[in-house]
Design a protein around this ligand. Structure first.
Ligand code: DQQ
Length: 584
């Protein structure tokens, strides 16, 4: 089969060819961002895994170096799997801990350490594996085939100051487990008997564990060793092998007991995900240059393996995201790193545009196959009375709900949002939208669903096209969000009064509160639609492969398939340039 080369992404991270998966050991070192990733040098399917290595000044333009780790010792003969970097304090340079597969048929896993050959080389071109590898082996009943992906290490009390996690599974209907290991020197590691945390979820791959600041400056990150305290919470993320998504909890870390307790007792029922779409094996790092925490995640293809082979490549990385704790303390917020805005070129803007019930409007004047769109919608609070009633059977399952209530299912308030990568005849279109439901029994909060519906994304029949969705934990019924919104609510009431006086038929009340919640950003990149809803509360990455809406033929529309009018308070779409991308 032939896949149109214009479906290859323009500004998402990719090597020139072949298979890629997990992000590994992201770090900042001597003025450079380093990024490693799971890579098959021999083809576009998973296998022969080495650590490819790229460097960047800005996380957007990338230069490829030689692979940093390839199988070369008994402890990694059958693959150099995922791992993380720890930059030692006081100029000690970075250390990488990674999983090696040292037995072919049973995939027996051990943990190895590697050091830069020359710590004064900012590009860290060569890595050395000391002869004392492996440094951690599965012992004491640990399942050797499910024991991998060491985290960045952090410091804690006691002489064995360094700690890290290794993901694992235990029991017959396996629990996900994060084992803690302690060391003074990255050479001798001792396991803490009880794991940091475990839950009935199946194997935990690629754990990640880090502090976040509570009530700190927006977008500020914390260095991984910052201890817990009144203004410091912790986040534990796990990648669910069985379900192929990354979920996280926010909770409290108890360093002496070496235990972590999620704040929400039901948090391990994977309520919160970084991304409700195609986003896996993610990992964060602390960027000391801009004092932020940055999240990398892998997005696989959702095309067929035969097409992957035909096009010669498979897998991309999502745009790196800044992550920080929402002021509520209940969830994280994410937003693409600010550097990506340097790729913005020509733009168009719509302002105060009413999108009547059942109508759509095309955004014209730029190409939108490789674009960045910021949009905020307003819904009149009065219209909320016409919101659909939520079927209680679907109230906890956003994905199912969106599978039933797709973009083409007429609603009350919503579905409204964007059709992206749409063909001129709109036979092809990927919908990214919101849908508002009446509050569930016992609540006064309308329920907001954010959804990506790719079921019409392509006329090509052989594609995997799951709908993706997450709830947006918001309160659009009152203005208690920040002082600023409260002021705006007051203004809004004045508008309401004036409009009533004028007996305007289409009463449209300015609602800055709603606009804020329906503020989202989309990064469209040929076969990627990456959306950040409600200012980064709910994110969805989706891979789509149009057959018509390619290159110059891709169009962008705002649509409203509800019974209530909505207003685009502002929409700006930019064409995005292509950065330097690993020589491709
Ligand atoms: N991919 C790696 C493993 C990890 C898995 C192998 C997650 O280390 O558990 O390529 O995608």
């Amino acid at each position: 089969s032939i896949v149109n080369p214009l479906l290859r992404t323009g500004y998402h991270f990719q090597p020139p060819k072949n298979w890629i998966n997990d992000p590994n050991a992201p770090m900042y070192y001597k003025g450079w961002y380093h990024f490693f990733y799971q890579y098959n040098p021999k083809g576009a399917v998973w296998g022969n895994i080495v650590w490819a290595h790229s460097v960047s000044r800005d996380l957007i333009n990338w230069v490829a170096l030689e692979p940093a780790l390839r199988p070369s010792i008994p402890g990694d003969r059958y693959g150099c799997w995922s791992g993380s970097a720890t930059v030692l304090p006081d100029g000690g340079g970075p250390v990488i801990m990674y999983t090696g597969v040292d037995h072919p048929d049973i995939n027996y896993q051990v943990q190895n350490v590697a050091y830069p050959k020359n710590v004064s080389d900012p590009l860290l071109r060569e890595w050395v594996k000391p002869s004392h590898n492996p440094v951690i082996v599965p012992e004491g009943g640990i399942n050797a085939t499910q024991f991998r992906d060491p985290t960045t290490a952090w410091r804690g009390p006691g002489p064995e100051q360094w700690r890290l996690l290794v993901g694992s599974a235990a029991g017959s209907s396996p629990r996900g487990v994060a084992y803690v290991y302690r060391s003074r020197d990255f050479r001798r590691w001792r396991r803490v008997r009880r794991p940091l945390h475990s839950a009935a979820t199946g194997m935990w791959e690629c754990p990640d564990f880090y502090p976040v600041s509570k009530g700190g400056a927006p977008r500020a990150g914390l260095e991984t060793s910052v201890p817990p305290g009144p203004r410091v919470k912790h986040v534990l993320k796990n990648s669910l092998d069985l379900r192929r998504y990354d979920y996280y909890t926010v909770g409290t870390y108890h360093p002496r007991a070496e235990r972590y307790v999620p704040d929400d007792p039901a948090g391990d029922e994977h309520r919160l995900r970084y991304d409700y779409g195609n986003f896996y094996a993610s990992k964060t790092f602390y960027d000391p240059a801009k004092r932020r925490r940055i999240l990398w995640g892998w997005a696989n293809e959702s095309d067929s393996a035969a097409d992957d082979v035909a096009k010669g490549w498979a897998g991309i990385q999502a745009i790196p995201r800044t992550v920080w704790l929402d002021p509520s303390g209940k969830q994280l917020l994410q937003w693409p790193i600010e550097e990506v805005e340097a790729l913005r070129e020509k733009s168009v803007t719509l302002k105060n545009r009413l999108i009547k019930a059942g109508h759509h409007v095309e955004v014209t004047g730029i190409q939108t196959a490789q674009a960045d769109v910021e949009v905020s919608f307003e819904v009149s609070p009065a219209a909320l009375a016409g919101a659909e009633t939520l079927d209680p059977a679907l109230a906890y399952d956003a994905e199912k709900l969106c599978g039933v209530k797709r973009a083409d299912v007429r609603g009350g308030v919503g579905p409204f949002g964007l059709w992206v990568l749409a063909s001129a005849n709109r036979k092809e279109r990927t919908a990214v939208f919101f849908r508002v439901f009446k509050p569930a029994a016992g609540s006064d909060k309308p329920v907001v669903l954010m959804c990506t519906d790719p079921t019409k994304s392509s006329l090509n029949p052989n594609l995997y096209r799951p709908t993706f969705a997450g709830f947006v934990d918001t309160d659009i019924s009152n203005g208690k969000i920040s002082l600023r919104s409260l002021v705006r609510v007051a203004v809004q009431q004045v508008f309401f009064f004036v409009q009533q006086l004028r007996r305007v038929y289409d009463v449209f009340i300015l609602s800055a509160v709603s606009a804020r919640y329906f503020f989202f950003l989309l990064q469209i990149d040929r076969s990627v639609v990456e959306s950040f809803g409600a200012g980064g509360k709910t994110c969805i990455l989706s891979r789509v492969y149009p057959s018509l809406a390619i290159g110059k033929d891709a169009r962008l529309y705002v649509f409203n398939n509800g019974r209530a009018h909505v207003k685009v308070s502002r929409l700006t779409a930019w064409e995005m340039k292509k950065p330097v991308m690993n020589g491709a």
